[in-house]
Design a protein around this ligand. Structure first.
Ligand SMILES: O=C[C@H](O)[C@H](O)[C@H](O)COP(=O)(O)O
Length: 230
């Protein structure tokens, strides 16, 4: 049974908080995952009440959710996003690990195009340091080359397996995902640069200094953190 104030409620509160802050007329990047889905549903309810927005989805999932909510879709060719709303797997300050749903490549593209990223999360995502494996989308042919390269950066790489099929997870872009554990990541910006420099890496899940606002659902409400106002 869902608990009042439990993580599902916290995700809903976070999603509704970010959705409430979207101005009329906006083009919104739609992130992926269970918490971004709450923001999309909340925006759908606002659209039903007359809000005029257009959405740029970052995955098959967020495109379907937008369609179900009757939110008009556009692409990066049609319009520039004003803001991206997205979830995160780990949050330390304003640095993030993303990609638990293997959507981080398009998420980073859309958030970068927007220049404004609002994160929605429940309280379990908060940490003092980024301490979870980093999802890395890779070209399928690159796996045997990248595994030793990641080990030489101090990582412990694991090819992500699919849960309901034999074999690996294949991203919406047709690539594979390597989850690479680095322990506690002391200098995320340095690791992000090292990962980005490896041929065969399509995109890694470190989002360093990109988040402008973080909406954290709590047991009693929402804690909104704004970069620069700490
Ligand atoms: O690839 C997926 C995304 O980066 C998600 O935003 C992230 O995994 C968080 O998902 P959730 O809100 O379901 O925990």
């Amino acid at each position: 049974m869902k608990q009042p104030g439990g993580t599902d409620t916290q995700k809903r509160r976070a999603g509704e908080s970010a959705a409430a802050a979207v101005p009329d007329g906006s083009v919104v990047g739609f992130g992926t995952g269970s918490t971004a889905a709450e923001a999309i549903r909340a925006l759908g309810r606002r659209v039903e009440s007359g809000l005029d927005i257009r959405a740029i989805p970052t995955s098959y999932q967020s495109r379907q959710l937008a369609r179900e909510a009757s939110i008009p879709l556009v692409t990066l060719e049609d319009a520039a996003p004003d803001v991206a709303i997205d979830g995160a797997d780990r949050i330390a300050g304003f640095d993030l690990i993303k990609g638990g749903g293997a959507a981080h490549a398009r998420e980073k593209l859309v958030a970068t195009a927007a220049g404004r990223l609002w994160i929605v999360a429940d309280g379990t995502k908060l940490a003092d340091t980024l301490d979870r494996p980093v999802p890395i989308e890779v070209l399928p042919d690159a796996v045997p080359v990248l595994e030793p390269a990641l080990e030489s950066l101090g990582g412990d790489p694991t090819l992500r397996a699919a849960e309901r099929k034999d074999g690996p997870v294949v991203t919406d872009n047709g690539n594979l995902v390597v989850d690479c554990a680095f322990g506690e990541i002391a200098t995320p910006a340095d690791l992000a640069a090292d990962l980005a420099a490896l041929p065969g890496v399509v995109e890694h899940g470190l989002f360093v200094g990109m988040a402008e606002e973080i909406h954290v659902g709590t047991e009693s409400g929402v804690d909104v953190r704004e970069r620069g106002s700490r």
